[in-house]
Ligand binder design. Structure first.
Ligand code: NAD
Ligand code: DAU
Length: 348
C-alpha cells in the first residue's frame, strides 16, 4: 500500500508516521507537510532514512502539487492530519484556520476524488478530527459519536466544517471515508504553545505559569502514542462512513494537572517541593473557553478492541523525561516566531 499522511512533521503526525513506517515495512509512507512553525523534521530523525519512507514538502492548498503527487505515487489511502491546531492562534487569526483546515481539506478531498474516481475500491480517506467540534460539556455527561456539533472557537468551527465536507464527499461522490474525533493529546514532540509542554518549559526556566481564568476547566488527556495506535486500528478496521471517538478516560481540571506537573518537575529538578507552584499566575481567560471536554470511547473499545495502554502517571513521567533528554529540540523550536507569539499572547 502507498499511504499519504498529511501533517506528518507535526506533533501527532510524526508519531503516526513513525508508527506506520516501523509497523508496516511493506507499505510505503509518504509524509506531506508544509513545515509551518509547527512542523519539524527533527521529530522524524529515527526513520528519515527508512526505505519505506518519503518526505514531500508541500501545501494542501496547492491543487497542482497535490494532483502531481497523487498521480505519481498512486496513493491507496490518505490519513489527513495537516491543520492549524492551536485554539489561541485561531482567536487572533481565524482566516488561516479557514484556509488550511477548511479549504485545504476540501482541496485534498477533491484531488482524492478526481484521481481515485475510476475505482474507489480499496481506497480510504481518513480524516483526523477533534472532540472540540462537539462544543462544551457541563459538569456531567460525555461526548458520543452522535452528540450534535456545537463548536465555539474559530479552530473548532474550522475542524467541524472540514468534518462536514468529508461526510458530504462520502454521501455525494461515494468517496470512502472514516473520521475520528480525539481528546487532548500529550507526549514527546508537543509544541510548547500547548498547556503541558509550555508549562514544562516555563518551569525549567523559572517563568510564570499562565493559568487561564480560574483554572477550573477540564480536559480528557491521552498519551499521543495511544492515539497513533487507535489511528492504525481505525484506518485498517474502521467501518466505511463511520465516526470513532477516541479519549483517555482521563479527565483533569487544569489547575489540578498544573499542580501535579509542578510536583513532578520539582522532584525531577531537585527543587524544594512547592517551588514550581509559586510560578502559577492566573491570567485573563481565553475568550469562548470551553468548560469541559470528556469522551465516551466505548465504540472504539467494543468495535475495534482499543484501550489506552499508558496510564496518565506513566505518560506524564515519560513526557517530562523526554523534554529533559531533548533540550536541543526545545531550544530549536523556541525561535523568533515563538518569542513573538509568546510576547503577544501573554505579555508576561
Ligand atoms: P500540529 O500543529 O503539531 O501539526 C500540524 C502539522 O500540519 C504541522 O507539521 C504543519 O507543518 C502541518 N501543516 C499546517 N498547515 C499545512 C498545510 N497548509 N499544508 C501542509 N501541511 C500543513 O498539530 P497536532 O497537534 O499534531 O494535530 C494534528 C491533527 O490532529 C490536527 O488535524 C488536529 O486538529 C488534530 N487533533 C489534535 C489534537 C491534539 O491534542 N493536539 C487532538 C485531537 C485532534
Ligand atoms: O481537545 C482536543 C484539542 O486539544 C485539539 O483539537 C487541539 O488541537 C489542541 O490544541 C487541544 O486544545 P486545547 O485548547 O484544549 O489545548 P491547550 O493545550 O491549548 O489548552 C488546554 C487547557 O489549558 C485549556 O483549558 C486552556 C488552558 N490553558 C492553555 C494554555 C496554552 C491555560 O490555562 N494556559 C495556557 O497558557
Amino acid at each position: 500500500m502507498n499511504i499519504l499522511i498529511t501533517g506528518g512533521a507535526g506533533f501527532i503526525g510524526s508519531h503516526v508516521v513513525r508508527h506506520f513506517v516501523n509497523t508496516y515495512p511493506s507499505y510505503h509512507i509518504y509524509n506531506l507537510d508544509k513545515l509551518t512553525y509547527a512542523g519539524n523534521l527533527q521529530n522524524l530523525k529515527t526513520i528519515e532514512n527508512a526505505a519505506n519512507y518519503t518526505f514531500l514538502k508541500g501545501d494542501i492548498l496547492d491543487e497542482q502539487f497535490l494532483m502531481a503527487v497523487f498521480i505519481k505515487y498512486k496513493f491507496d489511502g490518505v490519513i489527513h492530519l495537516a491543520a492549524e491546531s492551536h485554539v489561541d492562534r485561531s482567536i487572533t487569526d481565524p482566516l488561516s484556520f479557514v484556509k488550511t483546515n477548511v479549504l485545504g481539506t476540501v482541496n485534498l478531498l477533491n484531488v482524492a476524488k478526481n484521481t481515485w474516481q475510476s475505482d474507489f475500491s480499496n481506497k480510504r480517506f481518513y480524516h483526523i478530527s477533534t472532540d472540540e467540534v462537539y462544543g462544551s460539556l457541563g459538569e456531567t455527561g460525555l461526548f458520543t459519536e452522535t452528540t450534535a456539533y456545537d463548536p465555539n472557537s474559530p479552530y473548532s468551527a474550522s475542524k467541524a466544517s472540514s468534518d462536514h465536507f468529508v461526510r458530504a464527499y462520502g454521501e455525494t461522490y461515494q468517496l470512502p471515508f472514516v473520521i475520528s474525533n480525539c481528546s487532548n493529546n500529550y507526549g514527546p514532540n508537543h509544541f510548547p504553545e500547548k498547556l503541558i509542554p509550555l508549562f514544562i518549559n516555563n518551569i525549567i526556566n523559572n517563568k510564570a505559569l499562565p493559568v487561564y481564568g480560574d483554572g477550573n476547566y477540564t480536559r480528557d488527556w491521552l498519551y499521543v502514542i495511544d492515539h497513533a495506535i487507535a489511528i492504525d486500528l481505525v484506518f485498517h478496521k474502521g467501518k466505511n462512513k463511520a465516526t470513532y471517538n477516541i479519549g483517555g478516560f482521563n479527565e483533569w481540571k487544569n489547575i489540578d494537572l498544573v499542580k501535579l506537573l509542578c510536583q513532578l518537575m520539582d522532584k525531577k529538578l531537585g527543587r524544594t517541593q512547592g517551588s514550581s507552584e509559586k510560578l502559577i499566575t492566573y491570567v485573563k481567560d481565553r475568550p469562548g473557553h470551553d468548560l469541559r471536554y470528556a469522551i465516551d470511547a466505548n465504540k472504539i473499545r467494543t468495535e475495534l478492541g482499543w484501550t489506552p495502554t499508558v496510564t496518565f502517571e506513566q505518560g506524564l513521567a515519560k513526557t517530562i523525561d523526554w523534554y529533559f533528554d531533548n533540550q536541543d529540540w526545545l531550544d530549536n523550536v523556541i525561535s523568533k516566531e515563538y518569542l513573538n507569539y509568546y510576547q503577544k499572547q501573554y505579555n508576561l
